[in-house]
Ligand binder design. Structure first.
Ligand code: SF4
Length: 306
């Protein structure tokens, strides 16, 4: 809208400068007026889009597919859907698929892992996934639902020259963090969202290590998610099972590679959640049929389907 306004202003200024007696100028006036009219129409459309966004509370709207969203991918930022997939470790067959338009995977783990567990009809399941799913609430939900997650912890940004949280050792029994100076940081309060607990000590003011510990004026505060214990258990589990983490790439990347490269389905052809979901499931079905043919062969597959 700002660009359109700027252009309209420029054209109006040009019109003001013109010589009204000149015949050729009359043609220019006509052309400029047409351009101004077109820009005003365009501006009106943008205004309507802006009102739609205000009403929906959304931050973006794709005019090609209103259900899709702008997402960062390995190939750059594109208007996309986010496909979730769970693959079994024995046959590399797709067990569950879900379609969302969320820009990242942070809230997806519990749902797709739960669907896989239900589909397999088991009481307990182990799930290996990448760091894009690292979320305390999601891992806790999985834990409560008989789903044991194996996932590496993403690197945490640390301020240069300041002790990282790893330097503070948590004591479960006492619910305190032991700091590098040997002081106990005790629980003080929980944040407004009731998800982060804050720990600190009164000894920071007189501590000789303070300049290495915090860049701020006050005491060093250590935050602990209410479900961080589940993440610590997962870290211990992962440490002793690196071979499981290594399996991930060969499992879930198998269907991705096959669908995108062999079946040439790197992009959705349809628009709208409902249709795209059907397209996604058809791709999954074709992949699973291909897998079944490779594993058991045609006669056995026909026999099983009969
Ligand atoms: S500044 Fe506070 S938290 Fe940091 S080492 Fe010293 S006493 Fe411990």
């Amino acid at each position: 809208m700002q660009k359109a306004d700027k252009r309209i202003d420029e054209y109006l200024k040009q019109l003001d400068r013109g010589d009204t007696e000149d015949e050729a100028w009359q043609e220019t006036v006509e052309a400029l007026n047409k351009k101004i009219e077109k820009l005003r129409e365009m501006r009106e459309e943008y205004k309507e889009t802006e009102q739609k966004l205000d009403k929906s509370g959304e931050k973006q709207l794709s005019v090609t597919d209103p259900d899709a969203r702008l997402m960062k991918t390995e190939q750059g930022t594109h208007v996309c859907y986010n496909v979730q997939m769970a693959v079994d470790s024995k046959h590399k067959m797709i067990v569950a698929m879900e379609l969302t338009n969320e820009g990242n995977d942070l809230n997806q783990l519990s749902s797709i892992a739960g669907e896989a567990k239900e589909e397999l009809g088991v009481e307990e399941i182990e799930v290996v996934t990448d760091m894009g799913y690292y979320d305390c609430d999601q891992v806790k939900e999985c834990d409560d639902n008989g789903i044991t997650v194996y996932m590496d912890k993403p690197a945490v940004k640390v301020i240069d020259g300041v002790y990282s949280k790893e330097r503070f050792k948590y004591n479960v029994e006492k619910d305190v963090y032991l700091c590098p100076a040997g002081e106990d940081l005790r629980y003080r309060t929980t944040d407004k969202q009731k998800s982060m607990k804050m720990y600190k000590t009164d000894s920071c003011e007189s501590c000789g290590l303070k300049t290495h510990c915090t860049s701020g004026e006050g005491a060093r505060v250590i935050k602990r998610h209410i479900h961080e214990g589940v993440m610590e258990e997962m870290a211990t589990r992962v440490k002793g099972s690196r071979e499981k983490l290594k399996l991930r790439a060969g499992l879930v990347e198998h269907p991705w590679g096959t669908m995108k490269r062999t079946l040439d389905q790197g992009y959705f052809l349809l628009r709208g959640t409902e249709k795209v979901e059907v397209e996604m499931r058809l791709n999954g079905l074709i992949y699973n049929l291909k897998r079944a043919l490779s594993i058991v062969g045609v006669p056995k597959l026909i026999e099983a389907l009969a």
